[in-house]
Design a protein around this ligand. Structure first.
Ligand code: LYS
Length: 299
């Protein structure tokens, strides 16, 4: 299996310094050898260029979305790398950075697959728009934009219009949703598996239900977006918006395995590790453990 590694050192979507150093910190801890285990061939594209914007200019491009232009441009470039990688039959593994980059990944994958499904594993829904966001942080908006909802330049990243049909979106592990997000999920009748629901049904049953829906639809490829804050805050203190009652490490691995061992996942994000907020390398070690696991179970 061929893997393309794309680091995206961006913090603009979270407005919290440190998360841009996630890719380098993880490389420094030896993830390359974890990715290449089991005969995988790695094409390491390094880190994407992210322009410097001073904090004083964060509202220059949009009055409600911080650093909008830089986020859109970075996502546009990311989308093309993801698309190019899929074209050459290599699996894009996108390392954040904050979760605003989910928009670029989905955009690239959806150009390649047309009918794309997205599994969004996250404590948050990331379906805010500039009108519903409590923070103005774009990392709370990428999934809405990918569904065609929100600010124009985000919706039209890479190519015009929606990138994924809401029927093909699956949110797993959410437990911190804003009012506007709850409303939107209802309006769209989204496949929303909150953490309560996952704990009630069991991870395996949730995965089976999602996979059955995907297999019986017209979907040609699946993008999996993994925000480490889906894990309990005790094992990921080094993330911008940690939340209680998350997955244990074993559960976080189980959910990955259930999806990655099917061969249906064609691209993946791993985001929101912020080394500046880490405590005694707890989060670093969690991430390393998970990345090792990902490349053990992926098919
Ligand atoms: N829902 C919050 C917001 O929109 C937090 C988003 C966290 C995204 N990783 O600001």
């Amino acid at each position: 299996m061929d893997i393309t590694l794309i680091g995206v050192p961006i913090m603009y979507g979270s407005d919290r310094d440190g998360v841009q150093y996630g890719p380098d910190k993880l490389r420094g801890k030896g993830i390359i050898s974890l990715i290449t285990q089991n005969d995988k061939r790695l094409y390491d594209f390094g880190n994407l260029f992210v322009p410097y914007i001073p904090p004083s200019d964060k509202f220059v491009s949009h009055k409600k979305i911080k650093y909008l232009d830089a986020i859109v441009n970075t996502n546009n470039n990311l989308a093309h790398l993801v698309y190019s990688s899929l074209t050459s039959k290599s699996f894009p593994f996108i390392l954040g950075g904050d979760h605003s980059i989910g928009l670029g990944s989905i955009s690239g994958a959806s150009r390649y697959f047309n009918d794309l499904a997205v599994i969004w594993i996250d404590a948050h829904g990331d379906i805010n728009t500039h009108e519903t966001s409590p923070s103005g942080n774009a990392h709370g908006m990428p999934l809405a934009a990918a569904m065609g909802i929100g600010e124009d330049s985000m919706v039209n990243v890479y190519y015009k219009g929606a990138k994924v049909n809401p029927d093909n979106v699956y949110i797993v592990g959410a437990r911190d949703l804003d009012e506007g997000e709850i409303e939107l999920a209802k309006i769209l009748n989204l496949n929303l598996y909150t953490m309560n629901k996952v704990k009630e049904l069991g991870i395996e049953n949730v995965a089976e239900e999602i996979l059955n829906k995907i297999i019986t639809s017209n979907v040609k490829g699946v993008h999996l977006s993994y925000d480490i804050d889906v894990l309990d805050k005790s094992i990921v203190p080094g993330t911008g918006t940690p939340v209680e009652n998350g997955f244990t490490l074993e559960e976080g691995k189980r959910v990955l395995e259930c999806f990655l061992n099917t061969g249906l996942i064609k691209s993946m994000d791993f985001v929101e590790f912020n080394p500046f907020l880490d405590e005694n390398d707890i989060t670093l070690n969690t991430c390393i453990h998970l990345i090792d696991w990902i490349f053990k179970v992926i098919k």
